[in-house]
Design a protein. Sequence first.
Length: 286
Amino acid sequence: MSAPTVIVRATADVGEGPFWNAKKNVVHWVDIPSGHIMTTRYPPGETETFHHDEMVGAAIPRTGGGMVAAVQSGFVGFDDNWEITHTVPLLTEGYRMNDAATDSSGRMWAGSNTLDFVPGEGKLWRLDHDWKADIVHTGLTLPNGIGWSPDDTTMYLVDSMEKIVFQFPFDPPSAQIVGDATVFAHPDSLEGLPDGLAVDTRGHVWVAEFGASQVTEFSPDGGIVSRMTIPTKQPTSLAFVGPARDRLWVTSAASGLNPATDPLAGSVFEIADTPAPGLVVELFGG
Protein backbone atom coordinates (compact mmCIF):
# COMPACT_ATOMS: atom_id res chain seq x y z
CA MET A 1 0.00 0.00 0.00
CA SER A 2 1.12 3.52 -0.66
CA ALA A 3 1.19 6.18 2.03
CA PRO A 4 -1.98 8.28 2.32
CA THR A 5 -2.21 11.37 0.15
CA VAL A 6 -4.74 14.19 0.20
CA ILE A 7 -7.26 13.51 -2.53
CA VAL A 8 -9.79 16.23 -1.62
CA ARG A 9 -8.48 19.23 0.30
CA ALA A 10 -11.34 20.32 2.56
CA THR A 11 -12.18 21.51 6.06
CA ALA A 12 -15.26 19.41 6.73
CA ASP A 13 -16.46 19.77 10.31
CA VAL A 14 -17.30 16.05 10.43
CA GLY A 15 -16.64 14.49 7.02
CA GLU A 16 -18.24 11.05 6.85
CA GLY A 17 -19.78 8.26 4.81
CA PRO A 18 -17.75 7.93 1.58
CA PHE A 19 -19.63 5.80 -0.96
CA TRP A 20 -18.30 4.61 -4.33
CA ASN A 21 -20.92 5.04 -7.06
CA ALA A 22 -19.58 2.88 -9.89
CA LYS A 23 -22.58 3.76 -12.03
CA LYS A 24 -21.49 7.42 -12.23
CA ASN A 25 -17.78 7.13 -11.38
CA VAL A 26 -18.09 9.43 -8.37
CA VAL A 27 -17.63 9.28 -4.62
CA HIS A 28 -20.42 10.63 -2.41
CA TRP A 29 -19.62 11.80 1.13
CA VAL A 30 -21.14 14.14 3.70
CA ASP A 31 -20.34 16.76 6.32
CA ILE A 32 -22.74 15.84 9.12
CA PRO A 33 -23.36 19.12 11.02
CA SER A 34 -23.58 21.32 7.93
CA GLY A 35 -26.05 19.07 6.09
CA HIS A 36 -23.74 19.01 3.06
CA ILE A 37 -23.76 16.09 0.63
CA MET A 38 -20.65 16.12 -1.57
CA THR A 39 -20.11 14.38 -4.89
CA THR A 40 -16.49 14.11 -6.04
CA ARG A 41 -15.65 12.98 -9.57
CA TYR A 42 -13.23 10.09 -9.99
CA PRO A 43 -10.40 10.43 -10.97
CA PRO A 44 -10.28 13.31 -8.48
CA GLY A 45 -11.76 16.41 -9.89
CA GLU A 46 -14.54 18.80 -9.16
CA THR A 47 -16.59 18.36 -6.00
CA GLU A 48 -20.21 19.45 -6.11
CA THR A 49 -22.06 20.21 -2.87
CA PHE A 50 -25.77 20.00 -2.07
CA HIS A 51 -27.11 21.46 1.17
CA HIS A 52 -29.96 19.87 3.10
CA ASP A 53 -31.60 21.73 6.00
CA GLU A 54 -30.89 18.96 8.52
CA MET A 55 -27.77 17.18 9.71
CA VAL A 56 -26.91 14.36 7.31
CA GLY A 57 -25.24 11.21 8.63
CA ALA A 58 -24.87 9.44 5.29
CA ALA A 59 -26.14 9.57 1.70
CA ILE A 60 -26.39 6.64 -0.71
CA PRO A 61 -27.47 6.65 -4.38
CA ARG A 62 -30.70 4.93 -5.42
CA THR A 63 -30.93 2.38 -8.22
CA GLY A 64 -33.46 4.49 -10.13
CA GLY A 65 -31.52 7.73 -9.69
CA GLY A 66 -31.27 10.27 -6.91
CA MET A 67 -30.17 9.64 -3.33
CA VAL A 68 -31.42 8.50 0.04
CA ALA A 69 -30.03 10.28 3.10
CA ALA A 70 -30.02 9.38 6.78
CA VAL A 71 -30.81 12.74 8.38
CA GLN A 72 -31.62 14.18 11.79
CA SER A 73 -35.33 13.35 11.56
CA GLY A 74 -35.06 9.95 9.84
CA PHE A 75 -34.67 9.27 6.10
CA VAL A 76 -35.18 11.50 3.05
CA GLY A 77 -35.24 10.50 -0.62
CA PHE A 78 -34.16 12.82 -3.43
CA ASP A 79 -34.43 12.59 -7.20
CA ASP A 80 -31.61 13.48 -9.60
CA ASN A 81 -32.52 17.18 -9.28
CA TRP A 82 -32.40 17.08 -5.46
CA GLU A 83 -36.17 17.37 -5.22
CA ILE A 84 -37.53 15.47 -2.21
CA THR A 85 -39.48 12.35 -3.21
CA HIS A 86 -39.81 10.58 0.15
CA THR A 87 -39.70 11.58 3.81
CA VAL A 88 -39.59 9.01 6.61
CA PRO A 89 -39.78 10.91 9.94
CA LEU A 90 -38.74 8.65 12.81
CA LEU A 91 -36.78 10.58 15.43
CA THR A 92 -37.75 13.18 17.99
CA GLU A 93 -35.82 16.29 19.01
CA GLY A 94 -32.43 15.51 20.51
CA TYR A 95 -31.76 12.52 18.26
CA ARG A 96 -30.22 12.09 14.81
CA MET A 97 -29.30 9.43 12.30
CA ASN A 98 -25.62 8.65 11.90
CA ASP A 99 -23.67 6.39 9.53
CA ALA A 100 -25.45 4.06 7.09
CA ALA A 101 -24.78 1.22 4.63
CA THR A 102 -26.65 -0.96 2.17
CA ASP A 103 -26.80 -4.75 2.32
CA SER A 104 -26.54 -7.09 -0.67
CA SER A 105 -30.26 -6.67 -1.38
CA GLY A 106 -30.04 -2.89 -1.47
CA ARG A 107 -31.72 -2.24 1.88
CA MET A 108 -30.35 0.68 3.90
CA TRP A 109 -29.17 0.20 7.48
CA ALA A 110 -28.47 3.19 9.71
CA GLY A 111 -27.80 3.91 13.35
CA SER A 112 -29.46 6.61 15.44
CA ASN A 113 -28.23 8.25 18.63
CA THR A 114 -28.89 11.16 20.94
CA LEU A 115 -27.00 14.36 20.24
CA ASP A 116 -25.21 13.98 23.59
CA PHE A 117 -24.59 10.21 23.21
CA VAL A 118 -26.72 8.88 26.08
CA PRO A 119 -25.74 5.23 26.68
CA GLY A 120 -28.39 2.73 25.63
CA GLU A 121 -30.39 5.22 23.56
CA GLY A 122 -28.78 4.28 20.23
CA LYS A 123 -30.70 2.11 17.77
CA LEU A 124 -30.07 0.29 14.49
CA TRP A 125 -32.67 0.78 11.75
CA ARG A 126 -33.39 -0.95 8.44
CA LEU A 127 -35.06 0.94 5.60
CA ASP A 128 -36.69 -1.42 3.10
CA HIS A 129 -37.36 -0.83 -0.59
CA ASP A 130 -40.93 0.27 0.21
CA TRP A 131 -39.52 3.02 2.47
CA LYS A 132 -40.79 1.28 5.61
CA ALA A 133 -38.29 1.55 8.47
CA ASP A 134 -37.94 -0.87 11.38
CA ILE A 135 -35.79 -0.92 14.52
CA VAL A 136 -33.64 -4.07 14.41
CA HIS A 137 -31.32 -3.57 17.41
CA THR A 138 -31.33 -1.38 20.54
CA GLY A 139 -29.20 -0.60 23.57
CA LEU A 140 -26.38 1.14 21.70
CA THR A 141 -24.68 4.47 22.38
CA LEU A 142 -23.21 5.74 19.09
CA PRO A 143 -23.87 3.18 16.33
CA ASN A 144 -21.53 3.90 13.46
CA GLY A 145 -19.79 1.90 10.71
CA ILE A 146 -21.73 -1.03 9.20
CA GLY A 147 -20.60 -3.81 6.87
CA TRP A 148 -20.93 -7.48 5.92
CA SER A 149 -18.58 -10.41 5.39
CA PRO A 150 -17.97 -11.63 1.82
CA ASP A 151 -20.30 -14.61 2.33
CA ASP A 152 -22.97 -12.26 3.72
CA THR A 153 -23.50 -14.29 6.90
CA THR A 154 -21.84 -11.85 9.32
CA MET A 155 -22.81 -8.25 9.89
CA TYR A 156 -20.42 -5.79 11.55
CA LEU A 157 -21.51 -2.78 13.58
CA VAL A 158 -19.39 -0.20 15.39
CA ASP A 159 -20.48 1.36 18.68
CA SER A 160 -18.00 4.22 18.85
CA MET A 161 -18.46 5.44 22.41
CA GLU A 162 -18.29 1.90 23.75
CA LYS A 163 -15.10 1.41 21.68
CA ILE A 164 -16.34 -1.91 20.29
CA VAL A 165 -16.91 -3.46 16.86
CA PHE A 166 -19.72 -6.01 17.14
CA GLN A 167 -20.53 -8.90 14.83
CA PHE A 168 -23.92 -10.53 14.33
CA PRO A 169 -25.01 -13.68 12.51
CA PHE A 170 -26.94 -12.48 9.44
CA ASP A 171 -29.47 -14.15 7.14
CA PRO A 172 -29.25 -12.62 3.63
CA PRO A 173 -32.60 -13.80 2.19
CA SER A 174 -34.60 -12.24 5.01
CA ALA A 175 -32.13 -9.40 5.68
CA GLN A 176 -32.37 -10.20 9.37
CA ILE A 177 -29.95 -10.40 12.27
CA VAL A 178 -30.48 -13.98 13.46
CA GLY A 179 -28.50 -14.19 16.68
CA ASP A 180 -26.86 -12.30 19.50
CA ALA A 181 -24.02 -9.84 19.11
CA THR A 182 -20.48 -10.92 19.90
CA VAL A 183 -17.39 -8.70 20.04
CA PHE A 184 -15.26 -8.64 16.89
CA ALA A 185 -12.78 -5.91 17.94
CA HIS A 186 -12.27 -5.26 21.66
CA PRO A 187 -11.48 -1.86 23.21
CA ASP A 188 -7.92 -2.96 24.00
CA SER A 189 -7.24 -3.52 20.27
CA LEU A 190 -8.25 0.05 19.39
CA GLU A 191 -6.18 3.13 20.16
CA GLY A 192 -8.91 5.63 19.21
CA LEU A 193 -12.67 5.49 18.84
CA PRO A 194 -13.75 3.10 16.07
CA ASP A 195 -15.79 5.01 13.52
CA GLY A 196 -16.55 3.97 9.92
CA LEU A 197 -15.58 0.60 8.45
CA ALA A 198 -15.22 -1.17 5.12
CA VAL A 199 -14.74 -4.85 4.21
CA ASP A 200 -12.51 -6.25 1.46
CA THR A 201 -12.90 -9.42 -0.63
CA ARG A 202 -10.75 -11.44 1.81
CA GLY A 203 -13.11 -10.57 4.64
CA HIS A 204 -10.65 -8.16 6.24
CA VAL A 205 -12.36 -5.33 8.11
CA TRP A 206 -10.83 -1.85 7.85
CA VAL A 207 -11.73 0.59 10.65
CA ALA A 208 -11.09 4.33 10.89
CA GLU A 209 -9.91 5.23 14.40
CA PHE A 210 -11.12 8.70 15.39
CA GLY A 211 -8.62 10.52 17.58
CA ALA A 212 -5.76 8.12 16.80
CA SER A 213 -4.68 9.27 13.30
CA GLN A 214 -4.96 5.79 11.85
CA VAL A 215 -6.84 3.13 9.94
CA THR A 216 -6.59 -0.43 11.31
CA GLU A 217 -6.96 -3.58 9.23
CA PHE A 218 -8.43 -6.62 11.03
CA SER A 219 -8.41 -10.22 9.83
CA PRO A 220 -11.74 -12.12 9.74
CA ASP A 221 -11.03 -13.49 13.23
CA GLY A 222 -10.49 -10.00 14.68
CA GLY A 223 -6.69 -10.01 14.75
CA ILE A 224 -4.78 -6.87 13.81
CA VAL A 225 -3.11 -7.17 10.39
CA SER A 226 -1.84 -3.63 9.81
CA ARG A 227 -2.14 -0.02 10.85
CA MET A 228 -1.84 2.91 8.47
CA THR A 229 -1.14 6.42 9.81
CA ILE A 230 -3.45 9.14 8.45
CA PRO A 231 -1.97 12.68 8.59
CA THR A 232 -4.77 14.14 10.68
CA LYS A 233 -6.00 13.36 14.17
CA GLN A 234 -9.62 12.47 13.43
CA PRO A 235 -10.17 9.97 10.59
CA THR A 236 -13.87 9.19 10.45
CA SER A 237 -14.87 6.75 7.73
CA LEU A 238 -13.59 4.94 4.67
CA ALA A 239 -14.61 3.21 1.45
CA PHE A 240 -12.94 1.26 -1.34
CA VAL A 241 -13.29 3.32 -4.52
CA GLY A 242 -12.29 3.31 -8.18
CA PRO A 243 -13.16 0.87 -10.99
CA ALA A 244 -11.06 -1.87 -9.35
CA ARG A 245 -12.12 -0.85 -5.81
CA ASP A 246 -8.43 -0.94 -4.85
CA ARG A 247 -8.13 2.57 -3.42
CA LEU A 248 -9.23 3.43 0.09
CA TRP A 249 -10.69 6.90 0.60
CA VAL A 250 -10.69 8.10 4.20
CA THR A 251 -12.77 11.06 5.39
CA SER A 252 -11.88 13.14 8.44
CA ALA A 253 -13.21 15.73 10.88
CA ALA A 254 -11.88 19.22 11.60
CA SER A 255 -14.24 19.75 14.54
CA GLY A 256 -12.39 20.88 17.66
CA LEU A 257 -8.98 20.92 16.01
CA ASN A 258 -6.61 23.83 15.49
CA PRO A 259 -5.90 24.31 11.76
CA ALA A 260 -2.47 25.66 12.64
CA THR A 261 -1.44 22.32 14.14
CA ASP A 262 -3.64 20.01 12.04
CA PRO A 263 -3.91 21.74 8.66
CA LEU A 264 -5.32 18.72 6.79
CA ALA A 265 -8.21 18.14 9.20
CA GLY A 266 -11.49 17.73 7.35
CA SER A 267 -9.84 16.55 4.12
CA VAL A 268 -10.29 13.25 2.29
CA PHE A 269 -7.26 10.97 1.93
CA GLU A 270 -6.44 8.16 -0.48
CA ILE A 271 -4.50 4.96 0.22
CA ALA A 272 -3.67 3.39 -3.15
CA ASP A 273 -2.92 -0.22 -4.05
CA THR A 274 -4.72 -1.95 -1.20
CA PRO A 275 -3.86 -5.65 -0.72
CA ALA A 276 -7.33 -6.69 -1.93
CA PRO A 277 -10.26 -4.87 -3.50
CA GLY A 278 -13.24 -3.90 -1.44
CA LEU A 279 -16.55 -5.68 -1.71
CA VAL A 280 -19.14 -4.38 -4.15
CA VAL A 281 -21.55 -2.11 -2.27
CA GLU A 282 -25.11 -1.98 -3.60
CA LEU A 283 -27.21 1.10 -4.31
CA PHE A 284 -30.40 1.59 -2.32
CA GLY A 285 -33.25 -0.27 -4.02
CA GLY A 286 -36.07 2.08 -3.01
